[in-house]
Design a protein around this ligand. Structure first.
Ligand SMILES: Cc1ncc(COP(=O)(O)O)c(C=O)c1O
Length: 383
């Protein structure tokens, strides 16, 4: 996150920015003053509010979505010898969470239009070691949930939805997390709502939700005599009450935040006509929560690299990001034998993607400024 700084008199526009209002600041201060600052009543209240938002399903919160994904995998019994299929272009933490359980991430290509995990490639990658599918709802655009759950049902596989970017997204009118198997949300400051750092799992049943609890707190279960036992190899992933209090306040504004994101994206679609043209993301339907907006740069029609474009934007007071690099081409995952050419769509998107500023407090005039600046950078660099 960049601090706001003046640029030719204009404010700096970071590519993501949380919305923190004064009532949120006072609510957090009240929790601090209460002196119950780690996991306690606010965590229970936040889990209850998240559960209500997701049709009454059981919810457990964590210190991050990365922790939540790891706990979801462990709770589903995934470990050494198992394989979990995931997209080649998403955030690194998905592959890391799978690997940290001892299982192996198996990458598949993404759909060139939606940038979501390609379900035909997924089906082709399933083998007797496959235990789960872990797709990301890319940028907040839901994966085809009918096709995903048909495939999971036919193959008897668990689904852990990486919905880090998709709290509030809807598939055919139903919220992501309110149906399906396990969904994992992130509350990092770049996400649709924030708890500073944090994450949540939404489960299909109470028994499994209860079973995940030891994994987030040292593996501890309580004995009837008041002593404690350690029953599994747990982590230290419990969300503090201070963060949960912020989460409660944020959740109350989530639908408003999403509607603002949708309005700003409509403006991007209207204004972002560059020469040479960028490839704009799939618009999806009204269920897209637009956690980020990332066109693909026309790199072979301009003399600048992506870094050159990012530097030129930065010089004009506009932040940008890369969401994301191809995971299979990182040093860690090349060790599994992956290389360039394995997943052409993921690799092409990873090379050309550029995340532009998008957050609820961005103004329409800011979007116009971003589009005009990018138009002028690309036009001056045209081959
Ligand atoms: C697609 C995706 N999945 C998972 C995560 C992990 O979220 P967290 O930072 O809460 O661990 C992120 C975080 O950026 C993400 O972008």
């Amino acid at each position: 996150m960049h601090a706001a700084k003046p640029s030719g008199g204009l404010p700096f526009l970071p590519f993501a920015r949380p919305t923190i209002d004064e009532p949120m600041v006072s609510a957090v201060a009240d929790t601090l003053r209460s002196l119950w600052i780690t996991t306690g009543p606010q965590v229970l209240a936040f889990e209850k509010a998240l559960s209500e938002y997701h049709g009454g399903r059981p919810v457990r919160v964590f210190t991050s979505a990365t922790a939540a994904l790891e706990v979801a995998l462990l709770t589903a019994g995934i470990g050494p010898g198992d394989e979990v299929i995931m997209p080649a272009q998403t955030f690194f933490s998905c592959a890391n969470a799978i690997s940290r359980t001892g299982a192996r991430p198996v990458f598949v290509d993404v759909d060139p239009i939606t940038r979501n995990m390609d379900l035909e490639a997924t089906e082709a990658a399933i083998n007797p070691r496959t235990k789960a599918l872990m797709p990301t709802h890319f940028a907040g655009l839901p994966l085809d949930m009918d096709a995903l759950y048909e495939l999971a049902g036919d193959t008897d596989l668990r689904v852990i939805e990486d919905a880090a970017l998709a709290i509030g997204s809807r598939w055919k009118g139903r919220r992501i997390g309110s149906f399906g198997d396990i969904a994992s949300f992130s509350f990092h400051p770049n996400k649709n709502i924030t708890t500073i750092e944090g994450g949540a799992l939404v489960f299909a049943d109470d028994t499994e939700a209860a079973r995940c609890e030891p994994y987030r707190f040292h593996g501890i279960t309580r004995n009837s005599d008041g002593t404690r036992d350690v029953t599994v190899l747990g982590g230290k992933y419990n969300m503090p009450d201070v963060n949960a209090r912020l989460g409660i306040m944020q959740l109350a504004r989530l639908d408003e935040f999403i509607s603002r994101r949708q309005t700003l994206v409509a403006r991007y679609f209207k204004q972002l006509h560059t020469d040479p043209p960028c490839v704009l993301p799939a618009s999806g339907d009204s269920g897209h929560s637009w956690n980020f907006f990332a066109p693909l740069l026309p790199l072979n029609q301009i003399t600048l690299s992506r870094k050159g474009v990012m530097d030129a934007l930065q010089a004009a007071g506009i932040g940008s990001g890369i969401s994301y690099e191809a995971v299979h081409l990182t040093s860690q995952y090349r060790k599994l034998g992956y290389q360039e050419g394995n997943f052409p769509h993921a690799e092409r998107i990873a090379r050309a993607t550029l995340t532009l500023p998008l957050y609820p407090t961005l103004l329409e005039s800011d979007v116009d400024r971003i589009c005009d600046t990018l138009k002028s950078i690309l036009h001056s660099a045209k081959r």
